[in-house]
Design a protein around this ligand. Structure first.
Ligand code: ADP
Ligand code: LRH
Length: 493
């Protein structure tokens, strides 16, 4: 048949994009039509997303896609856990908080007094991140907004609602809330009730591949759409879509979805809810087609991008990424390593508390040599990320009883050749890097299947990505003592 042409909206915490894609047998092509910066906005001590602004950018991107050819479907994915609340008229109640907002400080500990950690893990299988939706909602208890809320919509579902008027919660993203029963694949209303969250605001669940609805007439008119266009649920958690887009072949693979966050783990058929998995604090997120993403959230390139932002705001020269990465490549290896997942790195950099100073403070606290210049600091961040990847991939493999043969790195960070090489070295495994736009590709492939493309399963989707997208291979090199670096970090803990 004629090629399918769809729009993929992929919103990351630091940038959003709208892509146009064509899919036909043996063919998968992606064109970036619209890209825009994204970031949380501090307002009187709170940190919000500009969601109406995101909606405007989504519309601008969709308009550009529709102008340049036919449009058969629209899919939206974004970062996880954050949500908007609707009142009984369907209007958004207030601003949408960023998960980096401080309102959740100390909340998890409070919740664990009501629901023991073992029980919470047995139901949800989630890593204890301070910003899981459950903790955001507990922090919001007693607010006027939560008290008048009728419906909670996770971000991609909110944006889809603004296009279609239909409410629902796509399962891959629902699985990140810590209010979702990973085994039953339903909301845990019991958990919500026990922590005092109004469970009735949780909307009906839907699966990636379901049709959400049609673009409503007023929106369609604004987009100059020539025909009715369906909005299709994709793996609406960006990481779920990115894992669909991992170009894996036959080999046993681990993946790193490398963007603002690094999501490091494996794809499994069943969750691992063992005591060992809980103690290792691994997450079991829902994947497309009922798979499970056993993974660890690692602080990711956020640390680097916040350092860059801080240096740039100070007016320093030579702070562009290529210059910094070239310098870091020349800096001595494994001289300084830090625990890159330290909570001190979570909040945005500010003039009073700049990100580079926090990294230096972590190094000093761990008794590591303090990086004396910018290139050394960048090298410290990259070495520390690679060290974290190594540890978590090994733990994931142990927990799942697997032996990894290759590591796939996808997302914007797959373009960082130095980090990919360090990852291969640290893990002692070949790294296959790319595509950078794996999340958009995963989004497109799930839509295409719903629209009738012959892509019966994830293996078929991955084969198509592999056939149409070049990958860079990094072989592991010896010569640096990653064991010793890991031992140093452990001793400092
Ligand atoms: P998100 O979707 O979370 O916003 P991306 O997947 O777009 O993140 O990845 C963004 C990161 O990718 C940046 O912080 C940067 O470190 C890295 N990156 C993007 N382009 C390049 C490049 N050309 N070379 C090296 N790194 C890059
Ligand atoms: C990556 C991501 C990650 C979540 C975080 C909030 O963009 O979705 O999987 O944990 O953002």
């Amino acid at each position: 048949g004629a090629p399918l042409r769809v729009a993929a909206v992929d919103l990351g915490a630091t940038s959003g994009r709208v892509m146009a894609a064509t899919v036909a047998p043996g063919h998968l092509a992606l064109t970036e039509v619209h890209r825009f910066a994204n970031g949380a906005v501090p307002v009187r001590g709170s940190l919000y997303w500009d969601v109406v602004g995101l909606h405007r950018e989504v519309l601008a991107g969709l308009r550009a896609v529709a102008r340049s050819g036919p449009l058969h479907g629209i899919g939206i994915d974004s970062w996880a856990v954050d949500y908007g609340l609707l009142d009984r008229d369907g209007a958004l109640l207030g601003n949408v908080h960023s998960h980096r907002d401080r309102r959740t400080d100390g909340v998890a500990a409070e919740v664990l007094r009501t629901v023991p950690a073992e029980e919470l893990y047995a139901v949800t299988g989630l890593q204890q991140l301070p910003f899981n939706t459950i903790y955001q909602l507990v922090a919001a208890r007693g607010t006027a907004a939560l008290e008048s809320a009728e419906t909670l919509l996770l971000l991609p579902d909110l944006l889809a609602y603004w296009l279609t008027g239909e409410v629902g919660a796509e399962r891959t993203n629902a699985s990140t809330t810590q209010l979702y029963d990973v085994s039953a694949r339903e909301w845990s209303t019991d958990l919500a009730r026990r922590v005092g969250v109004p469970w009735a605001i949780l909307p009906p669940l839907r699966d990636a591949g379901d049709r959400i609805g049609w673009v409503s007439p007023d929106v369609a008119a604004g987009l100059d759409l020539a025909q009715d266009v369906p909005v299709i649920a994709v793996g609406s958690h960006d990481t779920a879509s990115a894992v669909v887009g991992v170009p894996a072949g036959e080999e046993e693979f681990g993946y790193i979805s490398s963007g603002t966050w690094s999501l490091v783990g494996l794809e499994l058929e069943k969750p691992v809810l063992s005591e060992a998995a809980r103690v290792a604090d691994f997450t079991n997120e829902g994947g497309v087609d009922g798979t499970v993403r056993l993974l660890k959230n690692v602080m990711g390139l956020w640390v680097l991008s916040e350092c860059v932002r801080s240096w740039t705001e100070q007016g320093l020269a030579g702070t562009d990424l290529p210059t910094l990465l070239a310098g870091a490549g020349e800096a001595p290896a494994l001289r300084t390593v830090v625990d890159i997942n330290d909570p001190a790195l979570l909040a945005p950099s500010t003039a009073l508390d700049p990100m580079p100073d926090r990294v230096v403070a972590l190094a000093a606290r761990a008794g590591e040599p303090v990086p004396e210049h910018r290139m050394a600091l960048v090298r410290c961040v990259l070495d520390s990320l690679a060290l974290a990847y190594r540890r978590h991939l090994r733990t994931a493999a142990d927990l799942a009883g697997r032996r990894l043969e290759v590591v796939h790195v996808v997302g914007g960070g797959s373009q960082n050749a130095l980090l990919c090489q360090l990852t291969a070295d640290a893990c002692g495994l070949p790294v296959l890097a790319g595509p950078a736009e794996a999340a958009a590709l995963g989004n497109v492939l799930v839509q295409a299947r719903t629209l009738g493309a012959d892509l019966p399963d994830l293996a078929a989707m991955r084969t198509l990505v592999r056939a149409t997208h070049g990958l860079r291979r990094h072989e592991p090199r010896g010569g640096h003592d990653w064991d010793a670096a890991e031992a140093r970090l452990d001793a400092a803990r």
